[in-house]
Design a binder for this molecule. Structure first.
Ligand SMILES: [Cu+2]
Length: 321
């Protein structure tokens, strides 16, 4: 049509530009942790997290197509059929066929999205067959981790508080004069994203998290795991993960929980199984010292001297009251 304001060539160029933008958004995001300037989600680092990535991309794709169609129709209507070009409005209203079509198509889209999303929710909430359980408790403004069991064996007294690292905490103080960009672990800026004691877990293990809170509602969120779960006082929520790659995965509290909501990060350190088992054995040994020998006959026995300062206490109180 020669009367149109939009030539086919310009439409082709617009589609090519959109495709290029989409490519830069979705290409090269294999890393599990978010990178500065990254636009899309990461694929994550667990067996389940690609599901969330896929669901997001499907929903986003649907939105983009709808956006192009709706805004395209709108702009064509505005430019091609404007009054100054002598357009005369049609007099009819209601078109039953059209109304059936534009009701049915969105309903089908919603059913498909709901079907996919329900499958995703159902699978990440199914913690059956877990080989390990960690209890996560949110507090204003720190997390507590208690190791409940591993490979069917109860873990005794291994648990600790995990709170904002000292460097970030000093830097965040008003008029500290310290540079947030200088807070680093290796090349990574970890300002407000590092803790004193990370949650240590094994890779290749289905880990059940039972998540609750001790004061107000928090939310435990590590993007690389693909989900976030509310931590609610008096309620125990559950979710699971099975991390595929050893590494350090960072997250944050995702529920506005008070003035220091932004200062209770989460760090999950995933170790290969043997290393994790060694770490766990050390923690258990430190938390459960062998019982003192009852009054040995030799007066100067030092064999049962309690271990104290050489290991991290399992329940650490941070530097801030
Ligand atoms: Cu919180």
């Amino acid at each position: 049509m020669t009367s149109g304001g939009i030539r086919p060539g310009s439409i082709k160029r617009a589609v090519a530009a959109i495709a290029l933008i989409a490519l830069t958004m979705f290409g090269g995001v294999a890393l599990a942790n978010p990178q500065p300037g990254q636009l899309n989600m990461t694929r994550g680092a667990s067996t389940w997290s690609p599901e969330a990535y896929f669901l997001n991309n499907v929903a986003f794709g649907v939105c983009v197509v709808i956006g192009i169609l709706v805004f395209g129709a709108m702009f064509i209507a505005m430019f091609r059929f404007r009054k100054s070009r002598g357009a005369v409005a049609e007099k009819w209203s209601h078109n039953t066929t059209l109304e059936i079509v534009w009701t049915t198509i969105p309903v089908i889209i919603l059913i498909v999205l709901a079907y996919l999303a329900t499958g995703g929710l159902r699978t990440f909430a199914d913690t059956t067959g877990s080989e390990m359980t960690v209890k996560v408790t949110g507090y204003q403004w720190k997390w507590r981790y208690d190791y409940v069991d591993y490979k069917g064996k109860a873990i005794e007294k291994v648990g600790f508080m995990s709170r904002l690292d000292r460097e970030s905490d000093d830097t965040r103080q008003l008029n500290s004069g310290l540079d947030p960009n200088a807070v680093k672990v290796g090349d990574e800026n970890t300002y407000l994203l590092n803790v004193d004691k990370p949650l240590v877990v094994p890779v290749g293990t289905k880990i059940r998290f039972v998540i609750t809170a001790g004061d107000v509602i928090h939310s435990w969120w590590v993007p690389a795991l693909g989900w976030k779960m509310d931590a609610i006082p008096g309620i125990v929520n559950a979710a699971w993960t099975n991390i595929t790659e050893p590494g350090v995965y960072r997250g944050q509290c995702a529920e506005l929980c008070g003035q220091d909501h932004g200062f209770m990060p989460i760090v999950v350190k995933a170790l290969p199984k043997p290393e994790f088992e060694k770490w766990l054995a050390e923690q258990e040994a430190a938390a459960n010292p062998p019982p003192a020998q009852p009054a040995a006959p030799a007066p100067a026995s030092t064999a049962a001297a309690p271990k104290t300062a050489d290991v991290d206490a399992p329940v650490s109180q941070g530097h801030q009251g």
